[in-house]
Design a protein around this ligand. Structure first.
Ligand code: NAD
Length: 496
């Protein structure tokens, strides 16, 4: 039995949840939802404050759990997991009244006199299935949205980050209303038991293979899904730029984000043949400035999450047509699950490393004759979660924004769109469906209910039988909306 399988077995034995138990959890939470307690502004804010409180009080335990699961450097835990979640809670608390307020909208002359509004109502019971790479943020950030919109929630953290998973179970039990918010720990068996239940929305973060399993299960109950998946996020590097700044921003988005185990980390670079040597030299120089000469042992880099992913990544490096292409790094340490930052130049496009998302510290560089070819190269693959361009040329920026389809784009930096709460965060095509963050999180877990109000005054008889040619003429004009058409119809004049 592999070590991963043993880990899975242990988890399952420690925390069994079969379909019957899963059904009981959902039943209990639904009863709380039906009681109406989650709908009030006060309940929502109190739960968001509960999350804020647990982050503040248990910061040390969170940092330690992330170190235990991934050797995640404290700075990365503080910035990308703890602070981002804090900001997300604070924004929701600050904006909640505004978000909850029904939005008045215009009505048409066809329904005059009437008023209309869009009412955001909670969907009901939400299932959040989270991934291991940012196990704290990716578990609780969707929960923030689900609570802000007044839902009950079950969170299923990733079993591949066991310390964070059990910490979340403990802390949510202590700080949140457990009649409405639960953590269910476990692996495939537990997730499958949860997926058998009827939910009102499922938010899944992880790979596309399991995304398909989630969507197929959801289809049985016509449950909508928010799928936060991944993909091969490219970086195009043009010449004539501030190369040092570009390389620092590429490095921090790649190795400075959980050692490349991040969904929006640069997956590969495209540059011109002529410019590639300069780019490689600069990347090497900046890597050394950041991580020193012995990068394999740098304390500022996360380790690979487990032996399975270590073997997956070294297999990509060991492929015959790829192993000779390493121009930097390539060192591995199986015992400590470490792989040094590794750059490869001119790997063939039919290699393994170019056919799947890398999700680790390996960075291939592909070369093209001219910059414009890079867009065709990106568009020949599936739509990525993010795409980046470094250039000073206005035309190239425009071309990039207009022709590359990806979850998000950044010009002259990497990954920072994630930290802009006024932008939706999500994929397109193979990189996912739906989006969240900021107000988008509130909207993702709300139903936008259309409401029209009328009185009894102004009851026009033209919509009622008996139907006549005159009524038909006026109704057609009313529905198509133009004032001059309506006046013509009222007076029986021919169309203009
Ligand atoms: P993972 O292994 O932690 O799996 C994710 C979740 O799926 C876990 O909770 C796991 O228990 C569950 N799961 C696994 N197999 C299952 C099965 N057969 N049936 C039901 N549930 C199952 O994470 P992962 O998939 O390795 O995560 C990495 C992927 O996630 C990458 O593709 C990455 O790009 C993507 N990702 C996307 C985002 C985003 O926000 N878009 C964030 C992080 C990771």
């Amino acid at each position: 039995m592999s070590s991963m399988a043993i880990e899975e077995e242990k988890q399952t034995a420690a925390n069994p949840l079969d379909e019957e138990a899963a059904s009981a959890v959902v039943k209990e939470l639904r009863a709380s939802f039906v009681s109406g307690k989650t709908r009030s502004y006060q309940w929502r804010v109190s739960q968001l404050n509960g999350i804020l409180k647990l982050i503040t009080k248990k910061e040390r335990e969170i940092v330690d759990a992330l170190r235990s699961d991934l050797s995640k450097p404290e700075l990365e835990s503080q910035v990308y997991e703890i602070s981002m979640l804090k900001n997300s809670c604070k924004l929701a608390i600050k904006e909640l009244r505004k978000w909850m307020k029904p939005e008045k909208v215009k009505t048409s002359i066809a329904v005059f006199p009437a008023s209309a509004e869009i009412v955001s109502e909670p969907l009901g019971a939400i299932l959040v299935i989270s991934a291991w790479n940012y196990p704290f943020l990716l578990s609780l950030d969707p929960v923030v949205g689900a609570i802000a919109s007044g839902n009950v929630v079950v969170l299923k953290p990733s079993e591949l980050a066991p310390a964070t998973s059990s910490l979340l179970a403990k802390l949510l039990g202590e700080y949140m209303d457990s009649s409405c918010i639960r953590v269910v720990e476990g692996a495939v068996a537990e997730t499958s038991a949860l997926l058998e239940q009827k939910w009102d929305k499922i938010c899944y973060t992880g790979n596309g293979r399991v995304g398909r399993i989630v969507m197929a299960s959801a289809a049985k109950h016509l449950t909508p899904v928010l799928l936060e998946l991944g993909g091969k996020s490219p970086v195009i590097v043009d010449s004539g730029i501030n190369l040092q700044v570009a390389c620092r921003r590429i490095i921090v988005g790649k190795w400075g984000c959980n050692n490349g185990q991040a969904c929006i980390s640069p997956d590969y670079i495209i540059t011109t043949k002529d410019f590639a040597p300069k780019l490689v030299d600069s990347l090497k120089q900046e890597l050394e400035n950041f991580y020193g000469k012995n990068q394999l042992e740098s304390k500022d880099l996360s380790r690979i999450v487990n032996p399975h992913h270590f073997a997956r990544l070294t297999k990509l490096l060991d492929e015959d047509k790829v192993s000779g292409k390493i121009v930097h790094g390539g060192e591995t340490d199986k015992t400590n699950l470490r792989i040094a930052p590794t750059i490869l130049l001119d790997v063939p496009q039919d290699s393994l490393i170019m056919s799947e998302e890398i999700f680790g510290p390996l960075l291939p560089i592909l070369t093209v004759e001219k910059m414009a070819d890079s867009f065709d190269l990106i568009n020949s693959g599936t739509k990525p979660l993010a795409a980046y361009l470094f250039t000073n040329k206005k035309k190239l920026k425009e071309h990039f924004v207009n022709t590359v389809s990806a979850g998000g784009l950044v010009v002259n930096d990497t990954t920072i769109h994630l930290a802009v709460p006024s932008l939706p965060f999500g994929g397109v095509g193979e990189s996912g469906m739906g989006a969240y963050h900021g107000k988008f999180s509130f909207d993702a877990f709300s139903h936008k209910k259309a409401v029209v109000y009328r009185g009894f005054f102004g009851d026009a008889s033209i919509r009622y039988p008996p139907y006549t040619k005159g009524k038909l003429r006026i109704l057609k004009a009313l529905i198509s909306g133009g004032i001059s058409g309506i006046i013509r119809a009222l007076f029986g004049w021919p169309k203009a």
